[in-house]
Design a binder for this molecule. Sequence first.
Ligand SMILES: *Cc1c(COP(=O)(O)O)cnc(C)c1O
Length: 386
Amino acid sequence: MALDNKYLKLIEFIKTLYPNMDTIPLHAPVFKGNEKEYLDDCIKTSFVSYVGKYVSKFEEMTTKYTGSKYAIAVVNGTVALQVAMQLAGVKPQDEVITQPLTFVATANAIAHVGATPVFVDVDSDTLGMSPDKLDDFLNQNTKWEKKTEKLINLSSSRPISAIVPMHTFGHPCRIDEITEIAEKYGIPVIEDSAESLGSFYKGKHTGTFGQAGVISYNGNKTITTGGGGMILTDDEDLARKIKHITTTAKIPHQWEYVHDEIAYNYRLTNVNAAIGVAQMEKIDAMLANKASIAEKYALFCNENDIKFFDQPVNARSNYWLNAILLSDKRERDDFLRYTNENGIITRPIWKLMNKLEMYKKCLHGDLSNAESLENKIVNIPSGANL
Ligand SMILES: *Cc1c(COP(=O)(O)O)cnc(C)c1O
């Protein structure tokens, strides 16, 4: 029950990082730029829905920032993942490989396409999909079927049609190795970079390694549009298809309403995009501030024998959510209870996807890393403090 002294010291340290606050949130949005002005502009011009200049401006700023050739704004990160998978060729009854340690939206998006997730373990340092475990899994459990040109899972006889790695808490996983393995087995990678806007691996922005990548702008993410998502791709044809299917598949015409397939209304509104433009204008200051907070945490934890998840080698992290490792579930629960009762909001990492009711029958490889991390990781306050 009694919390180890080093954690009590950490709590005092957190209070010095976020002074004069009754409650220290895990990650609060910061609106210190032109948000109000641009929102006012939307209302004044009555461009509040999906016509208006902010959506394309937001998309352009995103291509420039990430280096992706194309960026398509949509209503949230979950549908962004769904559409990216669908257009990458994932079909109902297929299987999609992802990691068990992720936010539920990753697995849900796979299910929304009608496919089934298959879980491959994470690396204990990056917390993202392990290329070694991925290669082992594919090597032992699949064969390439020449006739259909599909990679077949031998234990289910179903095609595996995509790999969806996730950059946990903004720390890039070994994404270049993952795309190499995916290429070897002939299937596309869709990166769940929902948490990693502003994170780079070997100098390249996360979400730009696979066939497509996805960003989320939910209220708790690094920057927010209230709610929103973005799909990144370098493939012109894919980008055109994504824009088309997320905007009701209307054939452009001055007055005729002709739509050429069953499509979605997944457009981001001008109002949300206006917030996004203002947030993007401040992203560098935001990330610099978050990095300096993370650096202070790293130093403190190092000096006090607390395991802190620093950015992996070869990577620059956005430090979306800082995380520490406790020794077991009991110690973790004591820490969570103490901090949350004392106005410091902390939370445990997600329950593993393969343990949730709806995904517990899904196939998986050896998950020993995820299993050993599941009950020990806690996120500590990480918001920018500008
Ligand atoms: C936030 C998040 C999403 C979903 O984004 P929404 O915009 O909330 O739909 C998907 N995957 C991961 C890993 C996330 O953290």
